[in-house]
Design a protein around this ligand. Structure first.
Ligand code: FES
Length: 106
């Protein structure tokens, strides 16, 4: 189980518990947290689940795979800290993680 804080672009925070093995996109969509669309359902094919991950957490995540990398290229608001939240899977390792959503996913 990981406690995850999602921070909207306007600073509003949502902290929820996410079961290990569940993606941070899936958990956000299920809980109705705004700022993550997840249009493709987590197939790494839409890039509407992009989030910014603070540097201190990046090393705890799985590496960016080729498919995620190419989808990130479609994100207008991509930054160095960008990741697709459908590719971040909850685990005890990331308990306490804080991720920031972009102003919009398009
Ligand atoms: Fe579509 Fe993440 S939900 S790429």
């Amino acid at each position: 189980m990981a406690k995850v804080t999602y921070i909207e672009d306007n600073g509003t925070e949502h902290t929820i518990d996410v079961e290990n093995g569940t993606s941070l996109m899936e958990a956000a969509v299920k809980q109705g947290i705004p700022g993550i669309d997840g249009d493709c359902g987590g197939a790494c094919a839409c890039a509407t689940c992009m989030v910014y991950v603070p540097e201190e957490w990046q090393g705890k995540l799985a590496k960016v795979e080729t498919m995620e990398e190419s989808m990130l290229d479609f994100c207008e608001r991509r930054e160095d800290s960008s990741r697709l939240s459908c590719q971040i899977v909850a685990s005890d390792e990331i308990d306490g993680i804080r991720i920031q959503m972009p102003e919009s996913q398009h």
